[in-house]
Write a protein that binds this ligand. Sequence first.
Ligand code: ARG
Ligand code: ZN
Length: 880
Amino acid sequence: QTIYRKDYTPPSYWVDTVEMGFDLDPAITRVATRLTMTRNRDSRNKSLVLCGEALELVQLRMNGKPLTKRAYTLHDGTLEIFNAPDKVTLEIETLTHPDRNTSLMGLYVSNGNFFTQCEAEGFRKITYFPDRPDVMAKYTVMLRADKKKYPVLLSNGNLIEEGDLGDGRHYAVWEDPFKKPSYLFALVAGQLVCQEEKYTLQSGREVLLQVWVEEGNLDKTQHAMDSLKNSIRWDEERFGLELDLDRFMIVAVGDFNMGAMENKGLNIFNTKYVLANPRIATDADYAGIESVVGHEYFHNWTGNRVTCRDWFQLSLKEGLTVFRDQEFSADMIGTDSGRAVKRIEDVRVLRQAQFPEDAGPMAHPVRPDSYVEINNFYTVTIYEKGSEVVRMYQTLLGRDGFRKGMDLYFQRHDGQAVECDDFRAAMADANDRDLTQFELWYSQAGTPRVTVDTHYDPVGRKYELTLSQSCPPTPGEDRKLPFHIPVKVGLLNSHGSDMPLHLEGHAQAGTTMVLELTKEKQTFVFTDVPEQPVPSILRDFSAPVILEIDYTDVELAFLMANDSDPFNRWEAGQRLAMRRMLELTRDVQDGHVLADDDGDEPVLTESFRAMLDATALDSAFREFALTLPSETVIAEQMDMVDPQAIHTVRRFLRRSLASALRIDWLVAYQSNRTPGTYSPDAASAGKRGLKNLALSYMIELDDIEAHVLAQTQYDNANNMTDRLVALTALVNSNAPGKVAALDTFYNEFENEALVIDKWFMLQATARTTDVKAVRKLMKHSAFTLKNPNRARSLLFGFCNGNPSQFHAVDGSGYAFWAEQVIALNAINPQVAARLARSLDRWRKYAPVLQGKMRAALKQVADTKGLSKDVLEVVTKSLAN
Ligand code: ARG
Ligand code: ZN
């Protein structure tokens, strides 16, 4: 049941038009579909193939006549019609049961309203259809439903007719003027209200923008609306891309598998990425909404107008669209340091989640060669690494060159379903560059390692930089060919300033250059170098690689204090802290008990102090620079992971830094307050970030002073960011008010699902929360496995966000994990398969833990009735 990229064949029939009529009823919804189809002359496959899943087929007519049972076969979700003529009109009537659909794919009910999710293969749960992205058609949709229960009826495109049907029911007809693949189909019906606005495009055309939510949430839609308007303007300015519809709708739904979905003209969003006001949303939530609204909007061109030929090309739209949303968010911050902070944030996600994926059993190329269940491939590799690959074009070709490539891409492929190679060809052709080798970024999995060797010749005033690359094997790929890697570099003189660069054989000058590493090993020679420089390599994280370079602690402190490249400035601090934590972890594993003087590490402490006191730098930047690498990122650095040792050491180092820099933290806390009305803008959010980081350090000391600070912040906060951080601090301390605070928080926000998610999450990730405590939280009346956000808060919070407890030596965490994966599998395979990934890196742990993890994986794998989603994940984990 593995599907291979090499087996792609074009469809046997094209679909020209789709007409659908829905009689919406939660128990049984009747769907009548009329398809006009034309044989594809380029296809050798003669029979007409449609996909269908969990459907009751009531009627099937071809060219006006009922199809006899002998004219088609129907098994395993495939309906095959033999000997069909070149022109076909198919009429299909199917029944579905939306209220029993807990998979949240296809047509389902959430809090009494109807929603759809069709990407990747959900449309086949609505009707029989050639449900593949290279089949693009024009849709007309009529929705019929009870008028009282479902006053709002929405689908893609333009509303062309609506009216009463008598008998208490009404209807609406929607027509989408653009051809689209079935995965972009959507409908919404129910009791919803909207904030709407007329917006004038740069061309002068007026469009209608709407954000639809449940009644009672209209006080939480302004930020989504603002983000939408900013996205529209940004795409016009940066890429010359205009909204092609007269009406653009966003709808929020509380039960949703992912973040959001770019259905043509009718984006459907997880409430988490729409609803915000200062009372319920944190700074991170505001930023998340801006980026996801942008992401889905940008898909209108990169995904919808130009779509994917097949699902192996998923990163064609996702990598590119993530790149676009990252650039959008960076531009919204405005300042240069803001851009850098956004870059650091994005790289943190990559290292936290994508590097482990790339080194684990589910490693796959940005353009995979095979899959069992496509839903398992909506991964950080497809999205985030995919975005890094797109970013590298911009690094290699420059912003203008990248724009030329984008223009050519749309000129060539508007209205088509294409491959990643087509994008690469557009970039190459528009810039007259050979990007053949660059294809390896799409075809090879694994994170390349780049090592650096340097040699300075004071007499010849020459500096040699030797870069070597290698890439460890990944499942099914033993040997890797060298990648085309852009390596941005600078050289610092002893005063900490950038030297002018003269690369031998190159005219180009400046203080930062992009070196192109294409071979296994290459030496770059800089001339006229007056003194031994300190190299700053991979500036702005110019490629998704692991950079191995030997710096002394003093050099790292020097870079942290001086590098003109903010990314590398941050990076130097991370390396310094990482080195110290790995040393201490080894000590702890050797049986050493950490004592106060182990924390006296002058280079690290003094660099941190300098950073805290460098008030000329952005607060947001300083916050990141003063945050230690996460436990997960530390774990990736170890050959054999010891979660308890890592946790002990990271906490110990935080406590040492808290105590050594006590006054500095307090000063940072006081001077980064944001009094007055709350605003989520980047500057204010940055201040809160640093202030709250200071609080989180101070609470490590667990003394009265810190308790009072946290309690006071909790009591006086006028926004959720300060509220939540204070509550988290209290819960992770022995402050007397912690239990009361948890209760008041719950009671105050009982009716705000998104806030209750936070309440579960912060307990799931709290230091003292063990499996027993999680089981108790699962019994709470507000907990349910059926709501993905809720399940993620508690279960993913614990299994992914609380490593030292999850990896308890008795294996109780793994047994719990297996139970929950099995329970979720029966409800929602997609969510279950995500949770199943929590044991991905099991081979990296000590043999005792490994054995227990393997047993848990086996227990899941041996379960009857396992979805292919979960089966694929656990089978691959056990095999690799
Ligand atoms: N295309 C959506 C996005 O990235 C993600 C939808 C994925 N949904 C799924 N069930 N696999 O914005
Ligand atoms: Zn996307």
